[in-house]
Each structure stands twice: as C-alpha cells, then as structure tokens.
Design a protein around this ligand. Structure first.
Ligand SMILES: [Zn+2]
Length: 408
C-alpha cells in the first residue's frame, strides 16, 4: 500500500495515509452528520452535527491507527522490523519486513490488534457514559465504541489476511509443526470467506441495500486477492527454503567499464550476448553500478556516442547487495523494493562475484526440487500436493535460453 501523505514517525515506524482514506472519511462524515446523528439526536444546529461527524471520523481513524501501532510495536518487540503503517480505504496495513519465527510470536502480533480495538471500545464507552448529559456527544462516543467492537470482532474471523487468520495460522503451525501448511490453510480460509462476502454483498445489492452490498463486495474482492497472494507466497517460501544466493546467482557476469559509452557497449556486447543486465566494475573489481537494457533504451540514438554508462547506471547504493551464503528468501523482499529488480553478490572486499536477475529467481523456483538436499524435511501433506519439479516448464522467451547459457 503506497502512502500518499506522511503523517510522521511513531516508535521508528513511518505513519502514512493513502489517498483512498479520504473516501472513507467523506462517507463517514456525510453519513453521520447528515443522516444518523440528526435522526437519532434531533434539535441541534447543523454545525453541531458536522462537528460530531468530523470528530467521529477523526477518532475512528485514530483508533484504527492504535490497532495498527499495537501490531507494529509487538512485531518490533519480537525482532521484526516494521518500516511503515498506512491507513487506506478498507482499514490499515502494518508492513512487516519478515515473518514471525515462532507460532507464539505470530499469535502475539496478531491478537494484540483486536485487543487494542476492544480497549478503545471500552474507553469510548466510558466517555459515552461520562458525557451522557449531552446526548449528541455521548452518541458520538457510543458510535465509536460500537465500531471498535465491530472492528475487533470482524478482524478475529479466522481468515487470512485478517488477524483471526493469523491466529488460525499460529494455532495450526503450533499443532502441525509446519508453518507453510498452516499458512496455506489460513490463506484458503481467507479466500473462502472473501467469496462468502462477495456473495452476501450481491444478495444485498439485489435486495435493495445497494451501497452496503457494494462495500461487502469490495472487502470480499480484497480478501480473495490478498489471500491468494499469501498462499502463493507461502508456497514460494516452501519451494525456496534453504536455497542460498550463491546457488542460484549468475556467477562471473559479463561486466562493463563505467567510462565506456552506450554506443560502445551496444556494439561490443548487447547485440551479440543478449544479456539484460551489465554490472559496471572498476579496474580493481569494485562494483560501481548496474546498467539494464531498459536504461540503455532510454538513451536517444544521437546521444549514444557521448553518454557514458556511469551516467545512466543505477548507482551502487540503490542496488540490493548479498553474499553467497545468505538465504535467497531473505534477499527477495529487498529485490522487490529495488529500482531495477536485480541484486549483486559481492565478496568480502566488495568485489563483484555474481548477479541475481528475475530470470535467475524463476529458474531457482523451477529447479528447487532438483537440489540434492531436500530443502523441506517435513511431510508436506495434501495441501502441497504439487511438488515444484512437476510444474510445467514454461516456454523460454526468445533469447532467454541464450541468456542463461552466457550468464552462468
Ligand atoms: Zn489487525
């Protein structure tokens, strides 16, 4: 989820808003200050309803933020980096850099969110009692107590990626001792629940409750998508478990000098070698940047003779770096966030040892089952009945086979 506005930093976590959050704020303010509040608490001036509506929307966002912050702080306490929290149309997202290492940590990180929402509900409920003399204000706090209970209960439904799905994953993980199988089961539960919500939403639309139905369909679609992605991610984790960067990198890649021109590289290598990536190295072997075909293509033909590779390369500090004996699974999230989607493998003195491109990764997935050591010693169960080596081999793209031959 991309943050459109940055609100600040709490406990080392960047807190941001996606622009879509404005939609839900507008819906809340309009619905409460034009509909629900005037109907339930008549007799106040319009400005009072608008203030109560805005107050309810802002405090709702604050309680959602408290829920996400609770996830983030407990994750940090369990050794997981949390770079960002983003509030958006359908709620909040706390981004965790890694997965929890134990079922206990998984459970604690998941359950603290709904617990926080219950605590918010109690606080708002108490405020509603205290402000009982002013029915509109008490009504606003009562509304906030109710939505926080709803938030906690809905998120405890055992369907990933909801918190309840994480609780289910932790429980199955602890019972089966198999994290992947537990994650796949929780994700499948998430997908089924998503389809149920979509069906319920359609029923509501058909029976005349148009808007609420559409909202359920939207949430259902999001859950189906997110759960499918989680299932794929879990199976990818099982496939690549134990595979090291050094086993899948393209060793001794073809390199270029930073002072070579774009035209020079095209004449010397690009047309004959069909590689997609050229690392730049200094005379002493130090890594100085990465040139890809995309970057070469962006240079106008008349400028090719005068443009140096160093001018168009991705600078070294923006390229993810790895060492050969590091697990591949740890590198993948860093590659996903990188500009060119590629990583370099460096030796102890910073010299270039190898290159990791998306085609290296897909080849690693295809061949993971062929490694002589079984990367995953536990019985996999019916959930993982398709071993990776039996997946159909995709047609190589033109030039890909040549690329594999020359890169390795
Ligand atoms: Zn949560």
């Amino acid at each position: 989820m991309r943050s459109s506005f940055r609100l600040g930093r709490i406990g080392g976590v960047v807190v941001g808003l996606n622009v879509s959050v404005l939609v839900i704020v507008v819906i809340l303010v309009a619905g409460l200050s034009l509909g629900q509040f005037p109907q339930t608490f008549p007799g106040y001036p319009t400005v009072a309803y608008v203030l109560a509506g805005v107050g309810a929307a802002v405090l709702f966002m604050a309680s959602l933020l408290a829920h996400e912050l609770a996830h983030a702080l407990v994750a940090q306490r369990n050794g997981i980096e949390v770079p960002r929290i983003t509030l958006w149309l359908l709620g909040g997202v706390a981004e965790l850099r890694n997965e929890p290492r134990t079922p206990g940590a998984d459970l604690r990180i998941a359950v603290v969110g709904p617990v926080t929402s219950f605590v918010c509900a109690v606080v708002f409920g108490a405020l509603a009692l205290v402000t009982g003399a002013v029915p509109l204000v008490a009504g606003m706090f009562g509304y906030l107590a109710a939505v926080n209970v709803l938030l906690a209960v809905f998120n405890l439904i055992p369907a990933a990626p909801l918190d309840g799905g994480r609780v289910l994953r932790a429980a199955l993980w602890s019972r089966w001792g198999d994290r992947v199988r537990a994650a796949v089961t929780a994700a499948r539960a998430g997908r089924v629940f998503g389809y149920v919500l979509i069906a319920l939403g359609f029923l509501q639309v058909v029976s005349g409750l148009g808007f609420q139905g559409l909202w359920l369909v939207l949430i259902g679609l999001f859950l189906v998508n997110a759960a499918s992605a989680e299932e794929q991610q879990a199976q990818l984790g099982a496939t690549l478990h134990g595979v090291l960067v050094g086993e899948v990198m393209s060793a001794r890649p073809v390199t270029a000098s930073p002072d070579e021109t774009v035209a020079g590289l095209i004449d010397r290598l690009v047309m004959s070698r069909r590689l997609s990536t050229y690392p730049l190295v200094a005379a002493d072997g130090r890594f100085l940047g990465l040139v890809t075909l995309n970057r070469l293509r962006q240079v106008r033909p008349e400028a090719r003779e005068t443009t140096r590779l160093a001018d168009i390369a991705c600078p070294p500090d923006q390229v993810p770096k790895a060492v050969p004996d590091e697990p591949l699974l740890g590198l993948l999230p860093r590659m996903n966030g990188a500009a060119d989607g590629r990583a370099v493998v460096l030796g102890p003195s910073g010299q270039l040892l190898g290159l990791l491109t998306p085609s290296d990764i897909s080849r690693a997935i295809q061949t993971a089952g062929l490694h002589h050591h079984d990367p995953y010693p536990h019985p996999r169960g019916a959930d993982l009945a398709v071993p990776p080596q039996r997946l159909p081999e995709p047609e190589p793209k033109p030039g890909e086979r040549a690329q594999r031959r020359t890169e390795v």
